[in-house]
Design a protein around this ligand. Structure first.
Ligand SMILES: Nc1ncnc2c1ncn2[C@@H]1O[C@H](COP(=O)(O)OP(=O)(O)O)[C@@H](O)[C@H]1O
Ligand SMILES: [Mg+2]
Length: 460
């Protein structure tokens, strides 16, 4: 088992060497480290068959880095160690995809059994994923999956600009992968050893956003009990990711522009000038040109942040990606739910291909996750898919006919649409509607009841 490599992350030297000795005696290859941050740095560079992760660590906790671990080592099982039998931590870790947990103090036998279970699981996954592996390698660039020309072009541009310092604006509807692309830009570039600092400009009130970005001096305002570094400083030499920049208030936009022009800023309540050379990546799902016209976004700032634009198309305009994304997410879910589902039925695939995906890849990911969770067999069937996929898009002028429904439910669906329109036309007058439909008034009332339509709502 010399070829199997295990990473141990624990801040207590005694625990580290205890586990290490147990594993060495079983001939596993072992590496140890003592913080979440160093563990991540190692995981980004090296491959492990298993990670044993303490939850309680100085700095970031084990749970904090679970999402990053599953990003950089998606197929590596993680066994979490929780102290003092804190069951909450264990549950949280499992939610984030940990394979299993053990409580401190533990017996070496207990640890070994859990490890063997995890490795057994890993080998099943590996065995099954030859083809998947091919897909993940071929169509996977730092977690960005896709085989459409549109995604390939995005990846090409990422490679071209990641080592430069040009400011980049990522645009695209919600759920198209803007965060993912921002991370890929940072981690594939020369700044990857320095921090990647994301901030969501729409989730904080104006003054809080400002103090986050620029930092403050103790006493600058009520509640400023100590000095605090701004994110522009934290991101020095690294990347600051201004997410949802379209929502940034105008007065703050002016201040950001100044930082971009001078590479300098002053924390609130301070007089000291601070230099930053953070690279700026911004993202928005808004139409900034439109916001500029409405005086909601500064044109000069727009040109500053938009030296290169990465425009990610909505999923419905690159449907070829759906197939590879499905494979990818099935593989992810296999690890997460610790059960193997081979694939999806042709009917289900047709349904997923036909749907318009207003929530883009995020929605697809969620749909597959819930289908996976609900499924009891080894293939995802149409009955595992959420109803929302079969609903007709009320705003679409083209009605896509779902062919995988029964004739009765299809007729039912169109009958309801027809009656709603009719009642609307008749302004809620049931007798008039019945006359046009050539049925008795009582029958129209029956239909209204059956479809849960309230005619009164259409009266003026
Ligand atoms: N091309 C892709 N390949 C794999 N996962 C993707 C892709 N695009 C989006 N995702 C996933 O979809 C979810 C939403 O992506 P995110 O980057 O947060 O979108 P946005 O920031 O545009 O709203 C995330 O879980 C992300 O990993
Ligand atoms: Mg986002």
């Amino acid at each position: 088992m010399e070829n199997l490599r295990i990473l141990i992350v624990d801040d207590e030297e005694t625990i580290r060497s205890l586990i290490k000795n147990i594993l060495k005696s079983e001939n596993y290859g072992v590496k140890t480290t003592d913080t979440a941050e160093s563990a991540l740095a190692i995981i980004k560079e090296e491959y492990f068959d298993l990670i044993i992760l303490d939850v309680n660590l100085p700095g970031d906790s084990g749970i904090d880095i679970m999402p990053d671990i599953s990003h950089f080592a998606p197929l590596t099982p993680v066994i979490v160690i929780t102290g003092y039998a804190i069951i909450n931590d264990a549950v949280k870790a499992m939610k984030y995809g940990a394979f299993d947990y053990i409580k401190k103090p533990f017996k070496s036998k207990e640890l070994l059994i859990t490890i063997e279970k995890a490795l057994k699981w890993k080998s099943i996954i590996d065995e099954n994923s030859d083809l998947k592996q091919e897909i993940s390698n071929k169509y996977n660039y730092r977690g960005i999956i896709g085989k459409s020309k549109k995604i390939k072009d995005i990846i090409t541009t990422i490679k071209q600009v990641s080592d430069t310092d040009v400011n980049i604006l990522i645009t695209g509807e919600s759920g198209t992968g803007k965060d993912l692309v921002a991370k890929a830009l940072h981690y594939s570039g020369i700044r990857k050893e320095h921090p990647f600092v994301p901030i969501n400009c729409s989730s904080l009130p104006d003054n809080l956003l400002e103090s986050e970005l620029f930092g403050y001096q103790k006493g600058a305002f009520t509640g400023a009990y100590r000095n605090k570094d701004g994110l522009f400083k934290t991101a020095n030499n690294g990347t600051i990711f201004l997410d949802e920049i379209g929502d940034m208030p105008m007065n703050l936009q002016a201040k950001i522009l100044k930082v971009l022009d001078s590479g300098e800023f002053i924390p609130l309540g301070s007089t000291r000038i601070i230099k930053t050379n953070a690279r700026i990546i911004s993202a928005t799902n808004q139409d900034l040109k439109d916001r500029i016209e409405n005086n909601l976004f500064r044109e000069d700032l727009f040109y500053r942040i938009n030296v290169v634009n990465l425009a990610i198309s909505p999923l419905r305009e690159r449907k070829e990606d759906i197939v590879v994304l499905i494979d990818y997410f099935l593989e992810m879910n296999a690890v997460k739910f610790k059960k193997k589902i081979k694939g999806i039925t042709q009917n289900s695939l047709d349904t997923l291909m036909r749907y318009s995906w207003p929530g883009n890849v995020r929605e697809l990911e969620n749909v597959l996750e819930s289908s996976y969770a609900l499924n009891t067999g080894d293939i995802i069937d149409i009955k595992n898919l959420p109803d929302s996929l079969f609903k007709f898009n009320p705003n679409s002028s083209i009605d896509i006919i779902p062919i995988n429904r029964s004739l009765k439910s299809t007729i039912n669906h169109y009958e309801k649409k027809y009656i709603v329109e009719l009642i609307r036309f008749c302004k809620g007058n049931v007798s008039k509607a019945a006359k046009i439909a050539c049925i008795a008034r009582q029958n129209m009332h029956l239909k209204l009841n059956q479809h849960k339509i309230d005619a009164r709502e259409f009266r003026e």
